[in-house]
Structure formats: structure tokens, C-alpha cells
Write a protein that binds this ligand. Structure first.
Ligand code: 13P
Length: 347
């Protein structure tokens, strides 16, 4: 037991509370700029600030969103009238999260594979973020499926870094979101994705155990088991949900309080539908954990596109953000239906 044990347990539970999921808005400047460029938004710090303000001031955000993951630039920013974003989040009842990895870099000696960096100085950065009000963190590892990859070297390097990150977070009072993303890019089958996700989760939980990470004080953020985007044989939604649950049941300890998926390039409707089926009675009754979302693109996509950097579009963009949050909140309870897509109205 550390001084933070009880706080970590209750934060982890609150992150995956019923009806709620996590809003990932922690794109690095580079990724955020890439998304801005696609829809013609200027790639400046001020535009990023305006956009994150739009997200965080969405009316009733806290009804659907338990916590939001910020980037280092964002956690230090303020609204137009000088209110720190962290205070806006506290008023919305949204827990403050922070991305602490420094990105996926080429893994030496392993062409086509990446390892996530950011352990150097992490203890001090965690202490600073805790002081600023953060109560959870995120670290994303990237696993690519291809010819002869992933290699054991890649799986082990990434799992080891995730485990050391998670242990440091728990020591410093932040709940670690452990995110091993198996990429959807490629022409691999759902069988191959299942196999790789199995190996990935197995390696990750072995490393978490080896580093003494407390499973009841973390949240797992996996990708779903799904055929690659370029695979001629695309998976059905039922297949995705069943395979994903099977894979989780084979690898995730029951004491983990919750699993919050990334959307990984699925369409907004797919991301909601897959989550919804996983929360249908026949599947969720097999699971000891709560199953919800930690989506970036599948919540932000339509809102960002509509905003397009124009202040006149803020209100409608917020309606679109709220609507996606609402759809995914319903899906996390098995209560989503495609009919909900027709009614993007502010609650
Ligand atoms: P997507 O939902 O857009 O995949 O992003 C989730 C995330 O946080 C990736 O690290």
C-alpha cells in the first residue's frame, strides 16, 4: 500500500464509471497539425488552444465523459477569459489526464517497427502534472502487423516501457492508462490480428506483473480485434465484438477495473457499434470489467471538421461533439442504436 493506493483505486473506478468514457484529446502538436491541415485549419498554437477550448467547454460534457487526456501544451493553456483549462475541467466534473510518452520512434535494428520513448525524467514530470491537478496518465505503444512483424523484440521492448511507465505513475499518484495499439493498417486478416493482439496483451501483462504494477489501479486501452483496412475479407461487427472479448478474457486479470478502447481509424459509426455489441448482455455477462471508450477521432471527427477554425461554427461543432459523446456513452451501456445517428441535438 502506498499513500496513493485508495486514491488510485477510486480514480480508476471513476474513469470507467457507468454511462461514461474517456475523451482522448492529447494529440501531439504534430498529429494535431496534421488533422488541422486536412480540414484547412491554421496550424498555430492559438488555433490549437481555441480548438481545445471548444472541446472542454462543450455543454454537459461531464454527463458522458469521465476524464479527458490532455497534451503538455494543453494542460498549461487557458480560455479566452483567462480561466485555466484545468479549472474548466474541474467545473465540468471531468478528471484531468495527461499524455506522458514522447512518441513512437524507430526501433533500432528492426525495420518497420517502433518503440515508444519518454521514460527519462518521467518521475519529475509526473510530480509536476500531479501538482497541476492531473490524476491519470497515458502512454501509447504501437504494434504494426506485417511480413514477419511484430517481432518478440518489439513486443518486449514496448511492454517493458509500458510497465515501467505504469509503475512510475502509480508511485506518483497517477492512474496509468496502458495503451498497446495494434494498428488497423495493412491487409492482415482478423485471425492474424487476433493472434498478434493475444501476443501483445500476454507480453504486456507479464511485464506489468514483473514490475509490480497494481492491476486494480490502472485502465487498459486496447485496440479491437479487427481485419486490416486493406484486407479483402472485412470483419462483421459481431465478429469484431466476439473476438475482442475472447482475446481480453484470455489475457486481462479480473482485478483491472475497466477497459477503454481506442477507435484506431474506425468510422464513428463502427466505433459506436462495436462497443455497443461488446456491451450486449451475452458478451458483457462474460466479463469482470467495465468496457467503455477512450476515443479521439471517433468523438472529435465531425466536430473538428465542422468548426474548420471559424468562431461562428463553435456552437454547432460542440453539438456534434456532444452527440458523439452521447452515442458512445449509450454504446458503453449496450443502449446505442443506429437511429441515434439521426438526432444530433444538444441535450
Ligand atoms: P483514436 O480513438 O483516434 O484512435 O485515438 C485514441 C488515442 O488516444 C490514440 O492514442
Amino acid at each position: 500500500m502506498s499513500q496513493y493506493t485508495e486514491e488510485l483505486r477510486s480514480t480508476a473506478k471513476a474513469m470507467v464509471a457507468p454511462n461514461k468514457g474517456i475523451l482522448a484529446m492529447d494529440e501531439s502538436n504534430r498529429t494535431c497539425n496534421k488533422r488541422f491541415q486536412k480540414v484547412g485549419i491554421d496550424t498555430t498554437e492559438e488555433k490549437r488552444r481555441q480548438y481545445r477550448q471548444l472541446l472542454l467547454t462543450t455543454p454537459n460534457l461531464g454527463d458522458y465523459i469521465s476524464g479527458a487526456i490532455l497534451y503538455d501544451e494543453t494542460i498549461r493553456q487557458k480560455t479566452d477569459d483567462g480561466k485555466p483549462f484545468t479549472d474548466v475541467m474541474k467545473d465540468q466534473g471531468v478528471i484531468i489526464g495527461i499524455k506522458v510518452d514522447t512518441g513512437a520512434k524507430d526501433l533500432a535494428g528492426h525495420p518497420g517497427e517502433k518503440v515508444t520513448e519518454g521514460l527519462d525524467g518521467l518521475r519529475d514530470r509526473i510530480a509536476e502534472y500531479y501538482q497541476m491537478g492531473a490524476r491519470f496518465a497515458k502512454w501509447r505503444a504501437v504494434i504494426t502487423i506485417g511480413d514477419g512483424i511484430p517481432t518478440p523484440a518489439c513486443l518486449e521492448a514496448n511492454a517493458h516501457a509500458l510497465a515501467r511507465y505504469a509503475a512510475l505513475c502509480q508511485e506518483g499518484g497517477l492512474v496509468p492508462i496502458v495503451e498497446p495499439e495494434v494498428l488497423i493498417d495493412g491487409d492482415h486478416t482478423i485471425d492474424r490480428c487476433h493472434e498478434v493482439t493475444n501476443q501483445t496483451l500476454n507480453t504486456v501483462f507479464n511485464q506489468l506483473y514483473a514490475q509490480g504494477v497494481a492491476f486494480d489501479q490502472m485502465v487498459l486501452k486496447p485496440s479491437m480485434v479487427i481485419a486490416g483496412k486493406q484486407c479483402p475479407q472485412q470483419s462483421t461487427p459481431q465478429e469484431v465484438a466476439e473476438r475482442t472479448i475472447q482475446c481480453l478474457r484470455d489475457n486481462v486479470p479480473a482485478s483491472v477495473p475497466g477497459i477503454a478502447f481506442l477507435s484506431g481509424g474506425q468510422t464513428v459509426e463502427q466505433a459506436a457499434q462495436h462497443l455497443n455489441i461488446m456491451n450486449s448482455e451475452s458478451l458483457i455477462s462474460q466479463c469482470p470489467w467495465r468496457i467503455t471508450f477512450s476515443y479521439a477521432r471517433a468523438i472529435q471527427g465531425p466536430g473538428m471538421e465542422h468548426w474548420a477554425g471559424d468562431a461562428n461554427n463553435v456552437k454547432k461543432a460542440q453539438e456534434l461533439i456532444q452527440h458523439r459523446a452521447q452515442c458512445n456513452s449509450a454504446a458503453s451501456m449496450g443502449k446505442y442504436s443506429p437511429d441515434m445517428e439521426k438526432q444530433p441535438a444538444m441535450a
